[in-house]
Design a protein around this ligand. Sequence first.
Ligand code: BTN
Length: 265
Amino acid sequence: MWDAEAIRSGLPTKRIGHFIVALEEVGSTNDAVAKLAESGAPEGTAVVAEQQLRGRGRLGRHWESPKGVGIWTSVLLRPFIPSPQAPFLSLLAAVAAAEAIEETTSLPVQIKWPNDLFLEERKAGGILAELSVEGMSIRHLVLGIGINVNHCPDDFSVELRPSAVSLRMALGRPVPRLSLLRSLYLKLDYWYDRFLVEGSRLVLDQYRRRCLTLGKAVEVKSEDGVFLGDAVDLGPGGELLVKLPSGEVRAVFAGEATLRIERRE
Ligand code: BTN
């Protein structure tokens, strides 16, 4: 069982994790944090659970969150930035999670745009950012982070098995979840602070280094529909810049970019 005091003790963060709620079981940690946010919880409040009964993924998907093997956590942010900039914070969370995993396991983590964590071409984690706005300003943002840590293959459903991986499966031995979670909060705190002080550039540099989507042929599903192109770069807000066959470069702010295998005749 997660021990809130052990997670928090001596954690040298400015904002993240001064108040931590550790639960045995929850519907979704994102919902638990949103509820705390509504009752005035301070920025940096975190909820972590052993198991989620209704874990959510992006694009309305279910997120498998079995007991005792993952990191299922959400963190409350209250940034003073215009609400259209909020999606950038989910890219920032992906950088933080990738660094925390690398620091704890030495496994090389890549990010598939916008915020899927990949190991050995399979998904090891993801981020779900949920925003509460008032006009153009942000009331609060919940950053939900899921990492498949100590799953054995059987801990994934049959449908997920071909495309999912855990850190333990990639490393060949179990990974200490407490060290990983503390490292995650530390990295999140570090990059969030740098972003607030210096803007997005440094985070984007780190993101680009790890992004497996850039330079690839992609199929994009976004609010503009489905289209093909080449992922050429990121814009200042983390939007994916995709060059269409016509030469036009389109900015994709939300959606999914699946890699295409180029067929050369
Ligand atoms: C995705 O890749 O689709 C995003 C997955 C996000 C999962 C995490 S686990 C903690 C938090 N609570 C949820 O219900 N979802 C996020």
